[in-house]
Design a protein around this ligand. Structure first.
Ligand code: BG6
Length: 492
């Protein structure tokens, strides 16, 4: 793509997502020299502003990054604005096509690629896709057309099918890049390497050795003015059904048949679908829900008696030989005591620990991957307490990414870069690498797993437990996780 001409259209250019994620990631790619020489961005939206108006709106977000004001201005000079009456406004898209073509005609490259980023709500996905198909889609011989689509991709299985049919009737799976930004995080991208290139992990990654898996997402703030959106979706759709389930698939899947080359994108997704197919739908007994005190005081939430969960701890099973009988917990909450996202595998107790160190505390080993903040991998291990005697004491073997890779004096004095998830993922789209994007069959299965519980909560008006803002979440969740077999109340 670097030797071709690239046109990017950000649909929904004046919205929150575009300002906070899409434009900043494009700026990163520009500043890292990862965009072709012939490159232009069009913001498309309904607001009646001009190109300077759009630049003024996004500039403050770009200046928050680490690039110089000069680079930001150079980048902004490549951003144009095009407005339409709606997201399906054919006349407007014909006008946009004219502008894109005029730009392409002024260039001498052989290929002219077009990328459309849908930073819009899903109720306008279908009309936007149809307008693009009829007007701006590139002829295959001239270059590619790719679409980046954001969540929420449906609210349940039925609405997913509707949306998917509407889009797939216009564009094939090859054009579609359904983004889940957790798949762009360093520690998540690391899983295939960590699991399959290390004998010491590879051979213990199963029910013989692992007694429990917990994936945790915690945020120390509430809905922060996004209550209107959040209340319609809730934490299960916002975090568990997508981010945590996606991470879980990479943590638990079988090895992909290949990890590089043109087949790699589908090989990893085949492996993910395979494990998803082994996860039965969740039942209400497997679920502890919470809502933080004061949630409904958010002025954007209209239903003051809302039962929307802002916290959920859910147990699921993976019915295959590798994982049979191992409880898997997905836990996520807003307005909790800290910001943290991690994967934790708790191992069974070592067989000799009981008789050799009778009466001593030899907790089970844990392997922890901290996704954020500050990526780290640590192994909770029992060692001899240094000094006289032979008492065991729990310790950690830790790989801290900041010191090892990201600090200026890191390994070989070469600081590694840690681009944000969106930046990495947009680069994958430009390279045509679909491995970190969610395929339709993955998403269908994800909805099959979660739709029964979501309908159950809504139809039977299941009330969540209340928890204090800034706490660990409802105490009932910790009790539930202990009952599931987690052997101690570590700080997960
Ligand atoms: C988004 C959710 O997908 O992910 C937000 O809609 C959440 O509610 C965010 O805050 C968390 O992303 P990150 O990368 O900050 O962990």
């Amino acid at each position: 793509y670097m030797t071709s001409c690239l046109s990017v259209v950000v649909v929904g250019a004046s919205g929150d997502l575009a300002k906070k994620k899409t434009f900043p990631s494009l700026l990163n790619l520009y500043a890292f020299d990862l965009l072709p020489k012939s490159f232009q961005i069009w913001g498309y939206a309904r607001s009646d502003i001009d190109s300077d108006g759009l630049r003024d709106r996004i500039r403050p977000y770009l200046l928050k990054l680490e690039h110089s004001a000069e680079v930001v201005e150079q980048f902004l000079s490549l951003v144009q604005y095009h407005s339409g009456k709606s997201y399906g406004d054919l006349d407007a898209f014909v006008g946009l096509k004219g502008r894109v073509e005029a730009f392409e005609n002024s260039k001498s490259e052989e290929k002219f690629n077009r990328l459309f980023y849908f930073a819009i709500p899903p109720n306008v996905f279908a009309e936007t896709a149809s307008a693009i198909k009829q007007t701006c889609m590139q002829e295959e011989v001239k270059g590619w057309t790719r679409l980046i689509v954001e969540k929420p991709f449906g609210r349940d299985l039925e609405s997913f099918e509707e949306l998917n049919t509407a889009l797939s009737s216009q564009f094939s799976e090859d054009h579609m890049y359904r983004i889940d930004h957790y798949l762009g995080k360093e520690m998540v991208q690391n899983l295939t390497v960590i699991r399959f290139s290390n004998m010491m992990f590879e051979r213990i990654w199963n029910a013989d050795n692992i007694q429990m898996v917990i994936l945790t997402f915690k945020e120390p703030f509430g809905t922060d003015g996004r209550g209107g959106y959040f209340d319609k979706f809730g934490i299960i759709r916002d975090i568990l059904q997508n981010h945590l389930l996606q991470v879980l698939t990479l943590l638990t899947c079988e090895s992909p048949t290949v990890a590089r080359g043109p087949r790699a994108g589908n090989a990893i997704r085949d492996a993910k679908v395979h494990v998803l197919n082994s996860i039965p739908p969740i039942e209400i007994e497997d679920c502890v829900l919470g809502q933080y005190e004061g949630y409904a005081d958010d002025p954007t939430i209209t239903n003051k008696d809302t039962n929307t969960p802002t916290f959920a701890a859910i147990r699921l099973k993976i019915n295959n030989p590798r994982w049979a009988g191992v409880p898997i917990i997905l836990k996520a909450g807003k307005a909790l005591n800290e910001r943290k996202a991690e994967m934790r595998l708790q191992l069974k107790s070592a067989p000799a620990a009981d008789y050799l160190f009778e009466g001593e505390d030899c907790p089970p080993n844990e392997i922890v991957f901290r996704m954020q903040p500050h990526e780290a991998i640590y192994l909770k291990t029992n060692v001899k307490k240094p000094g006289f005697g032979n008492k065991p004491v729990q310790s950690e073997m830790e790989l801290n990414y900041d010191t090892r890779f990201f600090a200026s004096d890191a390994q070989d004095g070469k600081k590694a870069c840690n681009p944000d998830a969106y930046t990495r993922l947009i680069l994958d789209v430009l390279n045509g690498d679909q491995g970190a994007f969610v395929r339709d069959d993955e998403l269908r299965r994800a909805w099959e797993i979660f739709t029964p519980i979501l309908h159950n909560i809504e139809n039977d008006n299941i009330r969540p437990f209340t928890y204090a803002q800034g706490s660990r979440g409802p105490v009932e969740a910790d009790e539930f996780i202990t009952k599931c077999g987690f052997s101690r109340n570590a700080n997960y």
